[in-house]
Design a protein around this ligand. Structure first.
Ligand code: FNR
Length: 189
């Protein structure tokens, strides 16, 4: 199974990106994860689609996401919500109306913060959008990664065994989730 990973931060030393890379390294053989870059997607404006002239970056992104069996969001929290860069990517993929690239895909959310509550606001606002977008977001285990500034060593690796263990269990559960949902979601109704 192939999973697109969307990282909600553009920061060079982003903790979210480091967590995404750790999850990729810990994933079982059967789950291939790939980070899809979202930095260069122009801000969504419906005129582009209505005029039949969407920016090429939107078209390429939509085509690319369709190739994946699932989607994993690894994101910080901005002002208790989803960072604009990630929301924009979600919006771009959701349009034109009726041709969303997200519908029926299994998904999961990992929120990351240097603060103590692990980006729970971002995680749940994103979850709300995924309900509308018909992305089957894994409920358990939930992943709110707090204290992110202290998780990594100089090699950007996670040395703490219990954190690695949690991340390994999360991505193994997601692998089962993708297999379970894939092929059934969206065909029930
Ligand atoms: C933040 N940050 C933040 N953190 C948090 O836990 N809750 C929040 O609501 C916010 N709000 C917020 C808004 C904006 C505009 C910025 C730039 C930052 C801090 C944020 O968690 C911190 O910068 C992380 O390091 C960002 O994630 P990456 O870049 O490390 O992945």
């Amino acid at each position: 199974m192939k999973v697109a990973v969307l990282v909600g931060s553009l920061r060079r030393e982003s903790f979210s990106r480091k967590i995404a890379k750790t999850l990729i390294a810990l994933a079982p053989e059967s789950l291939k994860l790939e980070i899809i870059e979202i930095a260069d997607l122009p801000i969504y404006n419906q005129d582009g689609d209505d005029d039949g002239k969407p920016p090429s970056a939107w078209t390429a992104f939509r085509k690319r996401i369709k190739e994946f069996d699932g989607v994993l969001f690894v994101t910080p929290e901005h002002n208790r919500s989803v960072p604009a860069v990630l929301k924009n990517a979600i919006d771009v993929g959701s349009r034109p109306y009726g041709r969303s690239v997200w519908a029926g895909k299994p998904g999961a959310i990992v929120s990351v913060s240097p603060g103590p509550i692990g980006g729970v606001g971002s995680n749940h606002h994103l979850r709300q959008s995924l309900v509308f977008l018909d992305v089957a977001a894994m409920q358990q285990p939930e992943a709110y990664i707090g204290g992110a500034a202290n998780l990594f060593d100089d090699d950007r690796k996670v040395p703490n065994e219990s954190t690695r263990d949690f991340l390994r269990k999360f991505i193994e559960s997601f692998s089962v989730w993708v297999r379970t949902i894939s092929g059934s979601c969206g065909k029930i109704i």
